[in-house]
Design a protein around this ligand. Structure first.
Ligand code: EPU
Length: 331
């Protein structure tokens, strides 16, 4: 039946036409690309809201090589490796840098797609290059950091016209001259001389306290992006909501906390079927067991509508939502 439920962490009942596991680079040249093929890593940021009419390739490429120069650690990792295992392994070997990004679910290959970020660090800071296999030209291509168009939870790999690029490996450059990043409010209780190991353990604790473990409660992390609005709109919102958290991006733009907007709009009790808002972090939607894709989409639309009415702010999904024929154009 080719069920996709085990292969995406929101675990909606859905199936694909076929599922192929990519375990070696030699397999790639034998795969015929069709426009309805979807490439998946660990499926922690992709939600199949219905049966999928195409085939799904699941990237399970494995390898890890660590070399060094005088100034940096150079880490070459295959895309199918588990992200958190990589972070832990590096810290245990005395290679700091990725500690703020501990316990992010998913694979190494998803890190550049999403430009994963947490607790004040985005991975684009440490990506030297990304190796991809282009299924249309059947060539391997190395893309440098600047080719990847990294932005907040976005990259060239997330664009629909690049869906034929399979990330085979990622090259990270971690400076040996390491400095802790402790500015994020959740990390401010740590001492200034905190080690990478201490930061990693603290991040693990904070995440475990706020975010549901997808193995226990199916979810896909933050469902929405934190919205960016103009400073003028923020100033006018502040008069009604003086304690609204915000992060100033530049003199014209402010990023709001979508979790706070949802929480303060009184939406935490909202539930449609088995699709619900997580009680400890309203930005995360969860599957309480038997949610359908329609339940989830209805819940997400209700949240967007209420947030728009209350604050005049548009929320956009952070997860990738797929319907029968591919990416959903809108919620
Ligand atoms: N807040 C509430 N109620 C809630 C949730 C949040 O009041 O239900 C408030 C918090 O008290 C805080 C603010 O909103 O003042 C921000 O919350 P938090 O620090 O938990 O982070 P976030 O902005 O909600 C983002 C990322 C997370 C990442 C954390 C930590 C996005 C979309 N999400 O969440 O990433 O772990 O910051 O850096 O940018 C993910 O992408 O899947 C993810 C979990």
């Amino acid at each position: 039946m080719n069920s996709l439920a085990p292969y995406h962490s929101f675990s909606l009942q859905s199936s694909a036409q076929s599922i192929v596991f990519i375990e070696s680079l030699d397999q790639l040249s034998k795969i015929e690309w069709t426009n309805d093929t979807w490439i998946l890593g660990a499926g922690t940021n992709t939600i199949f809201t219905s049966n999928y009419s195409g085939s799904v390739l699941i990237n399970q490429l494995k390898s890890l090589t660590i070399t060094e120069s005088d100034t940096d650690w150079l880490i070459d990792v295959a895309a199918g490796e588990n992200w958190h295992s990589l972070v832990e392994k590096l810290i245990n070997e005395g290679i700091p840098g990725l500690e703020n990004l501990a316990l992010i679910p998913g694979s190494v290959g998803a890190a550049p797609v999403q430009n994963i970020g947490a607790y004040g660090v985005e991975i684009s800071r440490y990506i030297e290059s990304v190796q991809v296999y282009n299924f249309k030209s059947h060539e391997f291509v190395k893309m440098n950091n600047s080719d990847c168009n990294f932005e907040y939870r976005d990259s060239v790999f997330k664009q629909p016209e690049n869906s034929h690029l399979l990330i085979t490996s990622v090259q990270f450059k971690l400076p040996k001259h390491w400095l802790p990043v402790l500015e994020y409010p959740d990390l401010q209780s740590l001492p200034n001389d905190a080690t990478a190991e201490m930061i990693m353990q603290h991040v693990i604790q904070v995440r475990k306290a706020k975010l549901p473990d997808p193995d226990e409660i199916p979810n896909a992390g933050s469902f929405f992006k934190n919205p960016v609005i103009s400073s003028a709109q923020y100033q006018s919102l502040l008069s009604n909501f003086p304690d609204m958290p915000a992060f100033v991006l530049d003199k014209n733009k402010v990023k709001l906390a979508a979790g706070w907007l949802i929480d303060r709009a009184g939406l935490k009790p909202l539930r449609v079927g088995d699709a619900a808002v997580h009680q400890r972090q309203a930005l995360v939607l969860i599957n309480k067991g038997q949610a359908s894709g329609a339940d989830l989409l209805t819940l997400a639309r209700n949240i967007c509508n209420t947030v728009k009415e209350k604050y005049g702010v548009e929320l956009e999904p952070e997860v990738r939502l797929l319907g029968e024929n591919g990416l959903l154009a809108q919620l």
